[in-house]
Design a protein around this ligand. Sequence first.
Ligand code: GDP
Ligand code: IMO
Ligand code: MG
Length: 427
Amino acid sequence: MSVVAVIGAQWGDEGKGKIVDLLAQRAKAVVRFSGGDNAGHTIVNPQGEFRLHLVPSGIFYPETVCIIGNGVVVNPAVLLAETDDLNKHNVDTNHLFISDRANLIMPYHIVLDGLEEKRRGKGALGTTGKGIGPAFADKTARLGIRACDLLNREQFRSRLSTILELKNAILTKIYDAPPLSEEEIFLQYCAYGEKLAPFITDTSTMLRQMLSRKQPVLLEGAQGALLDPDWGTYPYVTSSSPLAANAALGCGISLKDIDHIVGVFKAYTTRVGGGPMPTELKDKTGDFIRERAHEYGATTGRPRRCGWFDAVAGKFSAQLNGFTDIALTRLDVLDVLDTIKICTAYQLDGQIIKHFPSDVSILEKCQPVYEELTGWKSATNDIRHLKQLPTQARRYISRLEELLSCPISLISVGAERERAIMARQIG
Ligand code: GDP
Ligand code: IMO
Ligand code: MG
């Protein structure tokens, strides 16, 4: 293994946590490079079942350096609660490091996330409410507070004072909401700073040193390509880029350092929150998949919208990201279905189109054109070799490979780490 980026290829929740936990066996470092605690990565391994929001999914390997990169927005309270919880379950977190350049989620980001959603009314985006949008907006507007500021109290106080003056004006004058106390936030974040200080460092230099020693590194994506602010279903998107192109930027290495890009696809489609999803099944089959697969959000517990595999969106994602391999997850969920459909094109105003429209009002009008495959109707979760998969399951996999023009190198057939079929070596 060299440097491998693991990227969400759909609308998030594809099973990135499961894949990273599995591939991390061979990695010396695992790095989160985007998003924040809007992510919820589920891991089921011999140490238990965990839902990670900020901590990289390599944390279960004590020898593996885990890094929260500069591209992540960090809520220190969430991070500390997460490490405490891991420690309680005997998972050591002393090999976790936080980039000194990472922006922090501040209390006003969370308040504003809620108020902005409320103001949108019917057009609400369905954010996770974790303050992600306001935090990334402040980063770009140069109004962010970064992890390194926690190590310099004077600088922190002065930045907080200027920024909070503006935030309180917005809270009180625009939203008629109560102002926040500078003193309270200052003291609270100084306390977080004291606890986190030993782990805040220049993680990019750490990584580059590892790369110069040719040590294998995994870059762990959050969210999914179709939630990208530029390329996703704007404005129903998140606020940082989940794409492979952002992986180097979000951890401070060069694009040239990345050797393999693994796209994680679910064997069907899910989406949580607002925005168009052409293959959504608002019928018994959709409900059946949700219940069988327990499709409820790992961060917010919201029911996920379920539908057939959308190969139009999938091909768009594969091309944007430049996947070298695909990891297909949750194949086992389809084990009991008589027929399985794949969306191979959209019908729009009587025309067949094969591209993913940029305008959500157009995407909303797109009707999926389906190809139907016969189901395999047998359990796959104990299978570990490609050849042992039922013929119809292999046919489904080959058809997806064809439609996405990319090899499916790993097939996941259960939530547990060992429930996987390695069709080809990755990295
Ligand atoms: P992530 O955000 O991409 O890491 O994905 P989530 O953890 O939010 O959601 C994926 C869900 O699928 C979790 O509940 C995983 O435990 C589960 N999961 C992952 N791979 C498989 C699989 O192959 N089969 C089944 N049945 N569940 C899986
Ligand atoms: P992981 O890493 C699924 C969605 C939210 C909402 C939109 C904007 O677990 O795959 P935000 O809070 O980011 O401003 O919300 O993005 N969203 C996710 N959906 N998985 C995620 O992460 C998500 N992170 C954000 O539901 O529609
Ligand atoms: Mg998730």
